[in-house]
Ligand binder design. Structure first.
Ligand SMILES: Cc1cc2nc3c(=O)[nH]c(=O)nc-3n(C[C@H](O)[C@H](O)[C@H](O)COP(=O)(O)OP(=O)(O)OC[C@H]3O[C@@H](n4cnc5c(N)ncnc54)[C@H](O)[C@@H]3O)c2cc1C
Length: 269
C-alpha cells in the first residue's frame, strides 16, 4: 500500500470526545479516494521515545529499528478529501487517556506530521436500495456522516447512533428522508444493549434495505445476528464490521479479530 504523510493544518473539537484533524501539504500529492463512503487509512504513530519523527517510511523503520520503536498502527475513516485543496479530514474519538490514536489526536498541534498507508474501503450506499439503515457509535460517525451525504433525496435513511450524551451529538446533513435517533449511554452494563435493542424495535420501511453496521464488536455482532436471523436480511445487502472491541487495545483486537469474525459468520447460517 502506498505511504502518505499529511501536515496538521487545523484541529477542532466537534464534541467533548471527537476531534477533527485536517491534514494538508505536499505529502498528500497524488492521494485519490476510491468510490466509497467508508474509506479508511492506516495511520502509523511513533511510540514515545522513538528515534525518528516527521515523514518517516514505516517499511524503513521496521528494517532499521527494534520492534519497540515500530510505529503503532490504527485505522481511521476519511471523513472527507478535498482534491482541489489537497486537504484530508479525519475525525478521531478521544476515549479518555487510553490508547494511542485517541491521545495523539487530542494532543496534536498545527505542523505535526501524520504518516499513513491506504486507502481502503468497502461501502457506498446503493442508489438502487429502497431505504438505508445505518447504525453505529462514535467511531463510525465519520463513515456514517459521509454516507448520509450520498443518500439521494426521497430515499429513507434510518439511523441509530449511540454516544455519551446530547453534547456528543453532531449535525448529520442528509439529502434523503432522515429518521435519526441518538441513544445515550448511562454507564450501566446494559449500555451494550442500547443499539441492538433500538434496531430490534424498528418498524422497517418496505422494500430492499442496504445496511451499514459498524462500531463496537459485541454490539455489532448482536445487531448482525438479529438482522440475518430475525429480519431475514441477505448478507450481500449489509456492510457489517466490528471496528474496535471493549477492553482490548487494537493490537489485542487484531490478534483475535479473524477468529471472532469467523465465529460471527458461523453463528448465522
Ligand atoms: C476501518 C476502520 C475505520 C475506523 N474509523 C475510525 C474513525 O474514523 N474514528 C475513530 O475514532 N475510530 C475509528 N475506528 C476505530 C479505531 O481504529 C479504534 O477505536 C482504535 O482502537 C482506536 O485506537 P486507540 O489507540 O485510540 O485505542 P486502543 O489503544 O486501540 O484502545 C485502548 C482502550 O480504549 C478502548 N477503545 C478503543 N476505541 C474506543 C472507542 N471508539 N470508544 C471507547 N473506547 C475505545 C479499547 O477497548 C481499549 O480498552 C476505525 C476502525 C476501523 C477498523
Amino acid at each position: 500500500m502506498p505511504t502518505w504523510h499529511g501536515q496538521v493544518e487545523s484541529t477542532e473539537w466537534l464534541t467533548p470526545a471527537l476531534v477533527r484533524v485536517v491534514l494538508g501539504g505536499d505529502g498528500l500529492g497524488g492521494f485519490a479516494m476510491p468510490d466509497a463512503t467508508d474509506t479508511y487509512v492506516n495511520v502509523a504513530i511513533p511510540p514515545s521515545g522513538a528515534p525518528y519523527s516527521g515523514a518517516f517510511s514505516p517499511a524503513d523503520v521496521k528494517e532499521q529499528h527494534d520492534r519497540e520503536h515500530w510505529p503503532v498502527r490504527r485505522r481511521y475513516t476519511v471523513r472527507s478529501w478535498d482534491a482541489a485543496t489537497g486537504r484530508l479530514t479525519l475525525d478521531f474519538v478521544v476515549h479518555g487517556d487510553h490508547g494511542v490514536g485517541g491521545p495523539w489526536a487530542g494532543g496534536t498541534r498545527v505542523g505535526d506530521v501524520l504518516v499513513f498507508e491506504g486507502p481502503g474501503s468497502g461501502y457506498r450506499p446503493d442508489p438502487a436500495a429502497d431505504w438505508h439503515l445505518l447504525v453505529g457509535d462514535e467511531s463510525a460517525l465519520p463513515a456514517i456522516a459521509a454516507s448520509l451525504e450520498a443518500i439521494p433525496a426521497g430515499t429513507a435513511a434510518v439511523v441509530r447512533l449511540v454516544c455519551d450524551g446530547p453534547e456528543h451529538e453532531i449535525a448529520l446533513p442528509c439529502p434523503g428522508d432522515l429518521d435519526l435517533v441518538w441513544l445515550h449511554r448511562t454507564g450501566a452494563e446494559d449500555d451494550v444493549d442500547l443499539l441492538p435493542d433500538a434496531v430490534a424495535d424498528l418498524v422497517f420501511p418496505t422494500g430492499r434495505v442496504h445496511a451499514f453496521i459498524h462500531g463496537e464488536a459485541d454490539e455489532i455482532r448482536a445487531i448482525r445476528r438479529h438482522l440475518l436471523s430475525d429480519r431475514g436480511l441477505d448478507r450481500a445487502t449489509m456492510s457489517c464490521s466490528p471496528y474496535w472491541r471493549r477492553t482490548m487495545t487494537d493490537e489485542a483486537w487484531r490478534a483475535v479479530k479473524r477468529d471472532y469474525v469467523a465465529a460471527m459468520d458461523a453463528e448465522v447460517a
